[in-house]
Design a protein around this ligand. Structure first.
Ligand code: AMP
Length: 218
C-alpha cells in the first residue's frame, strides 16, 4: 500500500482525471479534484461557486487562498486512514507550498507526484473531441483515445455523450493551456527538487496509462 498521498499533475486533457478516478475506485482512495469541487459549488449556487464560475469560464485560475481554503475543508472531512489522490491541485507554486502544511495539519504527507506528459497537439484534439460515459464518467477522445466501439464505454458498456463542459471551447482551451505553462509548469521544478516527481507518458490506451501510473507509484 502506498505510504502517503498522491498528486497527479499534467496539462488540461492529459487524462489525469480518468486515472485519479481509477485509482480511487481500485484502492478505495478519495479523489480530491479541485475542478469538480468548484463545479459542485457552482451547481449549489454558493458565493465561491459564482467566483469560481467566472474564472473557469475565462480559463483562468481561482485565487490561491480560496482554492487552498476549499481543499483544507475537504481534507478535514476525509477519515485519517483513507488515502487521497489529488487531481488538479496544486496548480501553482504557492499552492504546492501550502499543500505540505495542509497535509501536516491532518497527519498526512505526500508520497509521490506523477506528471502526465502529453505533447501540444494531441492535447487540443483530446479536449476538442472529448466524450464522457454517462454511467461511470470515463473520458474518451476521438483521435487520441477512442472507445473500442463508437459511442459505447469500454469499461462499463454505458452510453458516451459529448462532454458539455463550457470551458472546452477552443478559445478557452488555448487560454487554459497558456495558464498551465505560465503558472503550473513551475510546480514541476518545485517537485523535481523534492525528489517526489515521476514522469509518465500520458498518451495511449487507458489501461496502459494505468499500468504506467502503478509503476510510478511503486
Ligand atoms: P479542471 O476540472 O481540473 O480542468 O479545472 C477546471 C477549472 O477550475 C480550471 O480551469 C480553473 O479555473 C479551476 N481550478 C481547478 N483547480 C484549480 C486550482 N488548483 N487552482 C486554481 N484554479 C483551479
Amino acid at each position: 500500500m502506498v505510504p502517503g498521498e498522491t498528486v497527479l499533475m499534467g496539462p488540461p486533457g492529459s487524462g489525469k482525471g480518468t486515472q485519479a478516478r481509477l485509482l480511487a475506485d481500485a484502492h478505495g482512495w478519495v479523489q480530491l479534484a479541485t475542478g469538480d469541487l468548484f463545479r459542485d459549488h457552482q451547481r449549489r449556487g454558493t458565493a465561491l461557486g459564482r467566483l469560481a464560475g467566472e474564472r473557469m469560464a475565462k480559463g483562468a485560475y481561482v485565487p490561491d487562498e480560496i482554492t487552498v481554503g476549499m481543499v483544507r475543508e475537504r481534507l478535514a472531512e476525509i477519515p485519517p486512514g483513507t488515502r487521497v489522490v489529488f487531481d488538479g491541485f496544486p496548480r501553482t507554486v504557492p499552492q504546492a507550498k501550502a499543500l505540505d502544511g495542509l497535509l501536516a495539519e491532518c497527519g498526512r504527507h505526500l508520497h509521490r507526484v506523477v506528471l502526465f506528459e502529453v505533447a501540444g497537439d494531441p492535447l487540443l484534439d483530446r479536449l476538442a473531441g472529448r466524450v464522457t460515459c454517462a454511467s461511470c464518467q470515463a473520458v474518451y477522445a476521438a483521435r487520441v483515445r477512442p472507445p473500442r466501439v463508437a459511442g459505447v464505454c469500454d469499461r462499463c458498456g454505458g452510453a458516451l455523450a459529448s462532454s458539455a463542459r463550457p470551458d472546452d471551447s477552443p478559445e478557452v482551451v488555448l487560454k487554459r493551456l497558456d495558464v498551465y505553462e505560465e503558472q503550473t509548469r513551475p510546480v514541476i521544478a518545485h517537485y523535481e527538487a523534492t525528489g517526489l516527481l515521476r514522469r509518465i507518458d500520458g498518451v495511449g490506451p487507458v489501461d496502459e496509462v494505468t499500468e504506467r501510473v502503478r509503476e510510478a507509484l511503486s
